[in-house]
Write a protein that binds this ligand. Structure first.
Ligand SMILES: NC(=O)c1ccc[n+]([C@@H]2O[C@H](COP(=O)([O-])OP(=O)(O)OC[C@H]3O[C@@H](n4cnc5c(N)ncnc54)[C@H](O)[C@@H]3O)[C@@H](O)[C@H]2O)c1
Length: 448
């Protein structure tokens, strides 16, 4: 099929590349000229494992192009995807649909024949109908179908998630729209991926409900970690014991400094606003948001406590600033709360992140960047790990300790074994490791 993908960000670019790999003829459109120039040079503007190679393969095969020219890309396309951003509307919490509406208006002006317009952006209930209204009002001469096709890929594993999703969700009202989406995802149906066809409203809500549920699971184990610290239990063992119950499952039971990223914070907030608007408040999700916000700030106290409640003048090396490993995405990363608070309290902060510097440098003023973790830790009173990149898991802890002036190791992702840290001469602070025995950790690592 001939596909136009409007928006070549994390979702649009990955989706466009993967659809071209399915054999479709794809044009990715973005209004950011620098982004399109980079793509046309064969460079990916985002860090996503495997993306550059898959993109090059499909460009070489003649199935994938990049342009700022929306009109030419849309004319003649059988399916037009909207994959533009839906950030939080400033000052309140609703999703900002201005990019979606603007894209819909541009698409309407450019269409030359019957087309399915597919909304892949995460949008609140009713937004697909709004898009349909915009399109049909502008082009009463054309048969335009609208479908909702929310995306569930995870940054850092985006290609694998797109190619082997747990499910594809399609909200559609006509057989024509459903048939188009079936054809687009045909390679997946051959792999027996379930395609769930629903109404537009259900598809819109599935995306928000899934993200809110995952954010709740993370927040649940984070609070459980706090409790473990108070009562002398090990949250790793608690999570393992919970996760082995198949009704619960082991995923998203890893405690940390609070969830961040481009989706959970804005989507949980937008969902609560939808609930409030129709007088069906989502009190659980509202609480999750508040608990998560407080948690990011509490991590500053945790780091301070490891330094004797004294941050002024102390040297702190922070390992990992992106909101999770294997992405360069800094949106709503806990580091954006924690690092400025440390600097604000008078600490000297050195940052180390394999992909975070490009985006993070402008967002975290006053910090020094080092590419090498041992160099970042040189002379530091404390090392605080915020994001569990693999490069940190395998560090030589004794060497790290020797590079430092102090002995505080604050492991906000529980990547190190407390006994290994102690053997290297560290005073170790984990998350929810009230007994700090490490025994359950060992068993859990084996089970995973
Ligand atoms: N990032 C994720 O992991 C993820 C996962 C699932 C769903 N989503 C959803 O997908 C949507 C896109 O998210 P993202 O992270 O890819 O955003 P992004 O900010 O990385 O990319 C959006 C792109 O759209 C472009 N754009 C905006 N308006 C345009 C227009 N009129 N014409 C052409 N280009 C335009 C921007 O220049 C930008 O490059 C959001 O609704 C998000 O909630 C994101």
């Amino acid at each position: 099929m001939r596909v136009a993908m409007i928006g070549a960000g994390y979702v649009g670019l990955v989706s466009g590349v993967c659809f071209s790999d399915f054999g479709h003829d794809v044009v990715c459109v973005d209004r950011d000229q620098a982004r399109i120039d980079a793509l046309n040079r064969g460079e990916t503007p985002i860090f996503e494992p495997g993306l550059t190679a898959l993109m090059a393969k499909n460009v070489a095969a003649g199935r994938l192009r990049f342009t700022t020219g929306l009109a030419a890309a849309v004319a003649g396309a059988e399916a037009v995807f909207i994959a533009v951003g839906t950030p939080t509307r400033r000052g309140e919490g609703h999703a900002d649909l201005s990019y979606v509406h603007a894209a819909a208006a541009e698409i309407a002006a450019a269409l030359t024949g019957p087309t399915v317009v597919v909304v892949k952006s995460t949008v609140p209930v009713g937004a697909n109908r709004d898009v349909a209204r915009i399109l049909r009002a502008a082009r009463p001469d054309l048969a335009i179908e609208v479908a909702s096709n929310p995306e569930f890929l995870r940054e850092g594993a985006a290609i694998e998630d797109f190619m082997r999703p747990d499910r594809v969700v399609v909200g559609a009202e006509t057989e024509t729209a459903r048939a188009a989406l079936r054809a687009l995802y045909r390679p997946l149906s051959l792999r027996e991926t379930p395609i769930l066809f629903t109404s537009l409203e259900s598809a819109e809500l599935i995306k928000y409900a899934a993200n809110a549920f995952l954010a709740t699971k993370i927040t649940f184990i984070n609070e459980m970690a706090d409790l473990c610290e108070k009562v002398g239990a090990d949250v790793q063992a608690v999570a393992q014991g919970m996760g082995l119950d198949r009704r619960i499952g082991p995923k998203f039971l890893h405690p940390g400094p609070g969830y961040g990223g481009s989706c959970f914070p804005k989507d949980t907030l937008a969902l609560t606003r939808i609930g409030q608007q129709v007088n069906a408040p989502l009190r659980l999700v509202e609480t999750v948001i508040a608990v998560n916000e407080a948690r990011k700030r509490a991590m500053v106290d945790k780091i301070a406590a490891a330094l004797g409640d004294h941050l002024s003048g102390r040297r702190i090396a922070v390992f990992g600033v992106t909101f999770k490993p294997d992405t360069d995405d800094m949106r709503e990363a806990p580091a954006l709360t924690i690092v400025p608070a440390l600097i604000g309290a008078g600490a000297h902060v050195t940052l180390c992140d394999p992909e975070g510097a490009r985006e993070g440098a402008g967002l975290l003023p006053g910090a020094v960047w080092e590419a090498d973790p041992y160099a970042a830790a040189a002379g530091a009173d404390a090392v605080a790990l915020l994001t569990e990149w693999n490069m940190f898991r395998g560090l030589d802890l004794a060497r790290l300790r020797r590079a430092m002036a102090g002995d505080a190791l604050i492991d906000l992702r529980n990547v190190w074994r407390p006994e290994d840290a102690a053997a290297a001469g560290f005073v170790y602070t984990g998350v929810g490791r009230g007994d700090a025995s490490g025994a359950a950790t060992q068993d859990m690592t084996r089970a995973q």
